[in-house]
Ligand binder design. Structure first.
Ligand code: CTP
Length: 429
């Protein structure tokens, strides 16, 4: 176990499976971790705080303020190397997904900068409900790691999906995370007991040899957006674009090989990262990409925004398939959030922001306008008119545009363009 000396916050919410928290605390402490437990009021109906305090050898927090004194959730959030919410009830998942901060677990969760793992437990219909599933997807999109539910007998007497993962599997997932921090989640942000022992790999392809590459991004965390976004019109149709995500995926692989911790917020695509360490957060819409990127930006040293984000979405998504009628169909579109502009607005002195631009005319002039309006450090400019460049191609010819300079590059594979971009980024970091 790679848990010795690790600081773990365990959040326990009110499910019958709360009793298993005792086994988790005991396992963590036995493995040499330091554990601080937070409980919701409902959890105290299922297991006594005294039990968990005794096993963890630390006080248990059940409220943001206990009478006179205020429990510093920010401090606790910064203290931890990992946070585990187990069991996570439907209510707790909903509160975490919506930032409803009325208990100590959600307060610490919202302040935490460490990786967060959540292990749901509930009855099968509660688990299958679209509202629960939407919250799980949102939490994954925010970069949290789902420890998948098990299948079997439930407290209700029914049988199906919804059981808390076994404590020894949860301990193993945490231990694996510390053994290889980049590999906590699979391509879908999900870790599960079934994956233990197989290595939590994102892809079947072997990772390229990295020992000859400079580790000049070691210790840096980089957020990358890639791929298209799909804006749904109805249950079967969407507005999208031809981006494949190839450029952003190449960047994510290359940055990982150079030692960075990479969060890849990836729109719908058939391509995937080859490096196991890339933390992939799959998203569909611009708003999901926006939510995930904003949530990850404060943890990042740099972001490279390679996604082709839809600027507009339908004002509403029909719940039923839109039927054809005589005459034209009018679609009303509304603006999507501009992720680059928002991250730029919120950029701290140490952070670097790189954007892409696809311009058909007045490329450099337009790129410079974007550079300053979005507070970017440089723009990778490509022109769609040239053979072998842009969407769907494996090659690209780009220019790097800064306030002062323009640097021209040859037509080359996107993997090499990724190297050029990271070289320029390393200079800035
Ligand atoms: N971008 C973003 N969020 C958006 C739109 C764009 O993060 N909603 C990012 C892209 O990932 C890219 C850069 O901003 O890095 C592109 O800038 P943008 O002004 O949106 O480019 P175009 O869509 O080509 O702009 P315009 O229509 O103004 O030419």
């Amino acid at each position: 176990m790679s848990l010795a000396g690790k600081k773990i916050i365990l959040g326990v919410s009110g499910s019958i499976a709360a009793y298993k928290a005792a086994l988790i605390v005991r396992g963590l402490v036995k493995a040499g971790a330091e554990v601080k437990v937070l409980m919701t009021r409902a959890a105290t109906d299922f297991i006594s705080p005294l039990t968990l305090a005794t096993l963890s050898k630390n006080d248990v927090t059940t409220s943001v303020h206990d009478g006179e004194s205020w429990n510093n959730h920010v401090e606790l959030g910064l203290w931890a190397d990992a946070m585990l919410i187990s069991p996570a009830t439907a209510t707790t998942l909903g509160k975490m997904a919506s930032a409803i901060c009325d208990n100590a677990i959600v307060a610490v969760y919202l302040s935490a900068r460490c990786p967060v793992f959540f292990a749901p437990a509930m009855d099968l219909d509660m688990w299958a409900h679209p509202a629960t599933q939407r919250n799980v997807e949102l939490l994954k999109a925010y970069g949290n790691h789902l420890i998948d539910v098990g299948d079997g007998e439930l407290a209700s007497g029914l049988s199906g999906a919804g059981r808390l993962a076994e404590p020894e599997d949860i301990l193993q997932i945490l231990s694996d995370h510390f053994a290889d921090p980049g590999a906590a989640a699979g391509a879908d942000g999900r870790v599960g007991a079934q994956e233990i022992g197989k290595g939590l790999s994102v892809n079947a392809e072997p990772a390229p040899q990295t020992d000859q590459l400079p580790q000049d991004l070691a210790g840096k965390r980089i957020l990358i957006t890639a791929g298209p976004t799909y804006e749904d019109l109805d249950p079967v149709r969407y507005l999208g674009n031809r981006s494949t995500g190839r450029m952003g995926i190449a960047l994510a692989d290359a940055a990982t090989q150079r030692g960075a911790r990479v969060d890849l917020v990836l729109g719908p695509t058939t391509l995937s990262a080859t490096e196991e360490g890339v933390n992939v957060i799959p998203v569909r819409t611009a708003r999901e990409m926006h939510a995930a990127s904003v949530a990850l930006w404060h943890k990042a040293d740099a972001a490279v925004l390679a996604a082709a984000v839809a600027d507009y979405r339908p004002r509403s998504t029909a719940t039923q398939k839109i039927k054809k009628k005589d005459g034209p169909l009018r679609l009303e579109l509304v603006r999507n959030p501009d992720i680059a502009a928002e991250l730029g607005e919120d950029k701290k002195a140490h952070q670097r922001l790189v954007g892409f631009a696809l311009e058909t005319d007045n490329g450099i002039e337009n790129a410079r306008r974007k550079l300053s309006s979005k507070h970017l450090d440089f723009i990778v400019l490509n022109s769609p008119s040239e053979e072998g460049t842009g969407f769907g191609h494996t090659t690209n010819r780009v220019q790097f545009v800064t306030k002062e300079d323009v640097q021209d590059f040859e037509l080359k594979p996107k993997t090499e363009v990724a190297t050029d971009i990271l070289n320029a980024l390393v200079e800035l970091l």
